[in-house]
Design a protein around this ligand. Structure first.
Ligand code: NAD
Length: 402
């Protein structure tokens, strides 16, 4: 069944039991695939698979695998898998996604999936070494390309070389850093570009008579950005005891606070990463890599800035924009080894890494909208504490069992 023909708007989703929600997700997945959901009830990962992922395994650590309804991203109806231990994040995402539907959902674009490998180069004459690298760019690119023929087959590979001179506090040049820009297609790309960086070592040292130092990707993936937008009628933002205009003005004011104060911007961005990380965990992606990139990008202008901002347009539209690096893959790493990660990609019908990047950005934006809406009105604790109560009940229950 074509996923885009179905609506992800599922009123009362949170009131169903996990079993019924699971059955509905099976229906959503369509014939044959629904049975994969059974594996989630057994923890989603066998010891054998765990041992293929990491070292020294002695067991499996479970986390809830939730599904947030209501999302529309680039016109597609989506159920979004989220894995997270913190109460209220999934509920907040689903609620904000419901509101975003009044504006047609989230519009998200992703740049080409370009990652950067850094290769550090020491030489006696740095200016001469820079010229030698620039003159031999084509040869260096073909050496890098030869180290990952599979990537070339999928349409990726090295694109260009940039040479930077790194100076110390006194302004003296200390070493060069080559930035190898690589299109990694559907991979997160860390291993791909690290291999390319290492393959360059003998050629670089020969060409420049220099010495190569570190060669590894940068997680400041500023060539691999997502931009998410949403435009909401102010009228869609009304809450129990608050008129819509009051709520939207509060959201804009909260956004301004984050723009002007790094202490606030840090927590603002943490709320965005609540949503982003939950999607990355569900899909077996390296969330630490995306976290590192997000915060470095937020500070790139010299002060720490919010990744998502909100403003009023003509008093009747609330417009949000999120921009951040999003280095995610649907091949490589744990994405295909972890059965639950494969299932998560299936639930979203994701076929390209950039599609996943767009969805993760939309969820981050949804969580930001939900947090600011709550903070600008009744505060965040009311909903949070209600859900925390459930965790406390659980602890009490487990003590009784012990
Ligand atoms: P990978 O090497 O497992 O998979 C990527 C490879 O898959 C490509 O090089 C290519 O040969 C092949 N491939 C097949 N189909 C492809 C397609 N459609 N598009 C692109 N490539 C395709 O993984 P990776 O994505 O290079 O690296 C991700 C892993 O590296 C993650 O597990 C991450 O945790 C880890 N890692 C991260 C860092 C960091 O972020 N600093 C450092 C080291 C390792």
């Amino acid at each position: 069944m074509n996923i885009s023909l179905k609506s992800s708007r599922l009123p009362g989703w949170h009131r169903h039991s996990a079993a019924i929600r699971g059955r509905k997700v099976s229906d959503w997945l369509g014939a044959g695939k629904g049975t994969q959901l059974d594996s989630l009830w057994a923890g989603g990962l066998s010891i054998r698979a765990a041992e293929r992922l990491v070292e020294n395994v002695v067991g499996i650590f479970g986390l809830p695998f939730s599904v947030a309804p209501n999302f529309i991203v680039n016109g597609r109806e989506l159920l979004v898998p989220m894995v997270i231990e913190e109460p209220s994040v999934v509920a907040a995402a689903a609620n904000a996604a419901r509101i975003a539907r009044f504006g047609g959902g989230f519009q998200v674009s992703a740049s080409e999936p370009v990652m950067i490998c850094q290769v550090q180069l020491f030489a006696n004459d740095l200016e001469k070494a820079r010229i030698q690298v620039e003159e031999n760019e084509a040869e260096l690119l073909s050496v890098a390309a030869a180290s990952d023929k599979t990537l070339l087959r999928f349409g990726g590979g090295p694109l260009s070389l940039e040479v930077r001179t790194i100076t110390n506090d006194q302004g003296q040049a200390e070493f060069l850093v080559l930035h190898l820009h690589v299109c990694v297609v559907d991979a997160m790309g860390a291993n791909s570009v690290n291999s390319m960086g290492e393959a360059l070592v003998p050629h670089l040292e020969k060409i420049t008579a220099g010495k190569v130092g570190l060669r590894i990707l940068t997680n400041l993936a500023d060539q691999r950005l997502v931009t998410a937008r949403v435009s909401l009628p102010v009228s869609s933002l009304a809450m129990r005891d608050y008129v819509a205009e009051e709520v939207s003005a509060g959201i804009v004011s909260a956004s301004r606070f984050a723009e002007l104060d790094p202490y606030r911007a840090t927590t603002h961005n943490k709320g965005i990463m609540n949503g982003v990380d939950a999607v990355l965990l569900a899909t077996g992606n390296d969330w630490r890599a995306v976290e590192a990139g997000a915060h470095a990008f937020a500070a790139q202008a010299g002060t720490y800035r919010p990744l998502c901002t909100w403003e009023l347009d003509r008093q009747d539209l609330l417009r949000g924009q999120l921009r951040m690096p999003m280095a995610v893959g649907i091949v490589g790493g744990a994405t295909q080894v972890h059965p639950s990660a494969r299932l998560a990609l299936d639930i979203m019908g994701v076929k390209k890494a950039n599609e996943l990047a767009c969805i993760a950005a939309a969820v981050g934006m949804a969580n930001n909208l939900a947090a600011l809406r709550a903070l600008a009105t009744e505060g965040i604790q009311k909903g949070h504490m209600r859900l925390h109560e459930r965790s406390r009940d659980l602890i009490a229950d487990s003590k009784k069992i012990d």
